[in-house]
Write a protein of this length. Structure first.
Length: 251
């Protein structure tokens, strides 16, 4: 990103008037017993939180536009208009910033989906349609989110990142909850529902990755239609009174 950033701000000018002076104590410094002074009416903690948020926003823009492995700590700081020492006040390294951004995006996306799904209750098909629409529309509206969640996260995971495990588990549990809400009788075999949920999550995730890599060629309606094939088959299976094969977990 270094060579691609326009109007690079000189390091001496990266701190705006709301930042701390050079004498400010880092967040991990030991208490000195001296009362922390405020700056323009803001406490040290408030200013640190404000800087952290600026770095999060800068990371979203940089990683979501150019990709994690094309961006340096300095690139993020230039985007945030902060010096590098303030980066390390909040994050250990680039991976830590990426993980924080990734988990925030996962949480926001989940909340967006859950809100949409509940608007369709108690009609199962309507719940699925609204949930999927909310999911794909969110990715379409901000393609930075799609790149971070479904392209870079996989690459970072292969290089030692762990957040993707948490995210996959969260989406699996969310899908399980929706299935049991739409199809109450499915609770009779939660072991099988767990497998089905993982399969559905993987299907939608891989479809999203393909969509992002291909440059978002397909429309949201086309992606919706592809996903509804699976969800409608699941709903029809239960509506026909079929039962699931019992899955007995190994002890």
């Amino acid at each position: 990103m270094g060579s691609e950033v326009e109007n690079v701000v000189p390091e001496s000018q990266m701190i705006d008037e709301n930042d701390l002076t050079a004498n400010e104590t880092p967040i991990d410094a030991k208490p000195s017993g001296v009362k922390r002074r405020s700056f323009k009416g803001m406490s040290l903690e408030v200013r640190q939180a404000e800087r952290r948020e600026r770095l999060m926003e800068a990371g979203l823009q940089a990683y979501g536009t150019l990709g994690f492995f094309s961006v340096t700590v300095r690139d993020v700081c230039v985007e945030a208009k902060l010096t590098e020492r303030y980066f390390y006040e909040s994050f250990k390294n680039s991976g830590a910033l990426f993980d924080a951004i990734y988990m925030r995006l996962v949480e926001d996306l989940q909340q967006h989906i859950m809100t949409a799904v509940m608007q369709g209750a108690p009609d199962p098909k309507q719940m699925v349609q609204l949930g999927l629409t909310a999911f794909f529309q969110r990715l379409s509206d901000d393609q930075r989110v799609t790149r971070i969640l479904f392209i870079d996260a996989i690459l970072v995971h292969e290089n030692g990142g762990k957040s993707i495990h948490k995210a996959v588990k969260r989406f699996d549990l969310m899908t399980q909850s929706f299935i049991t809400l739409m199809i109450p009788q499915a609770q009779e075999n939660m072991a099988m529902i767990s497998l089905i949920s993982t399969g559905l999550t993987g299907y939608v995730s891989h479809l999203s990755t393909r969509w992002a890599i291909s440059g978002f060629k397909e429309s949201v309606d086309e992606l919706m239609a592809a996903c509804m094939v699976l969800y409608e088959a699941l709903l029809s299976h239960f509506q026909a009174g079929a039962s699931l094969i019992k899955v007995t977990p190994k002890e």
